[in-house]
Design a protein around this ligand. Sequence first.
Ligand SMILES: Nc1ncnc2c1ncn2[C@@H]1O[C@H](COP(=O)(O)OP(=O)(O)O)[C@@H](O)[C@H]1O
Ligand SMILES: [Mg+2]
Length: 262
Amino acid sequence: MSENILEINNLSKYFGGLAAVSDCSMNVKKGTITGIIGPNGSGKTTLFNLIAGNLKASSGNVKFDKENITDVPSYELFSKGLLRTFQIAHEFSNLSVLENLMMVPGNQSGEKLMTALFKPSLVAREESAVKEKAIEVVDFLNLGHLSNELAGNLSGGQKKLLELGRTMMVDAKLVLLDEVGAGVNRTLLKDLGTAIEKLNKEKGYTFCMIEHDMDFIGRLCDPVIVMAEGSVLFEGTVDQAKKDEKVIESYLGRGSKLKEKN
Ligand SMILES: Nc1ncnc2c1ncn2[C@@H]1O[C@H](COP(=O)(O)OP(=O)(O)O)[C@@H](O)[C@H]1O
Ligand SMILES: [Mg+2]
């Protein structure tokens, strides 16, 4: 049994009287691509916001690599290797693809004014290292031909790839993907899946991904965790989830999306 990279214990988040996440407990094992599914409004995005430090928990705790990270702000988690992407891509539309990647915060000395003034050669060296890394990332994602294109001109799917690329500019350990496949065409979805698998196998990333597309989940994820009404309803393989009465019922209650595409 491999160890847990993420442990969520009795986590809750209230918005006024509504519990978006309610006494939720789950673990994510190191090295997995863990899927999170569930009907709309079941608390998936709120859960990611709590883990990634974008929202404060009402109660409960989150551990990352055995360390308590409850309510630790996102920029600190970023430097610990816990990264997330957003349901809606966050690109800088007026910057090129390469520049977008170079904007990902690192520990460059150039950010410090004194270094910039007194050690310009150090800054230049670091900048070229960041650029080299960015080129490596666009090549990895098959976006090399778009390096100098403005990010605002990319298709929805290419923006999602860029979003994934941002996680590759630092040494990520755990990446949370919120509907990274949504609105992405079939061909790009395949590329996205391949990139995720490669990052998992070759760079040791653990992924936790919210997704609706059961084919995409089925191809990538083991296990899958099903959420309903703010907590965990089921955990198992995708095939088991598809057959589970409780899971089917939770989807049917709200208009099923849990159908296989042919
Ligand atoms: N910032 C917020 N303020 C108030 N209610 C919210 C907020 N964010 C989410 N909710 C509510 O919490 C519930 C869970 O939402 P969400 O986490 O976005 O679900 P999912 O991602 O599974 O669709 C929904 O009822 C939603 O309306
Ligand atoms: Mg959501």
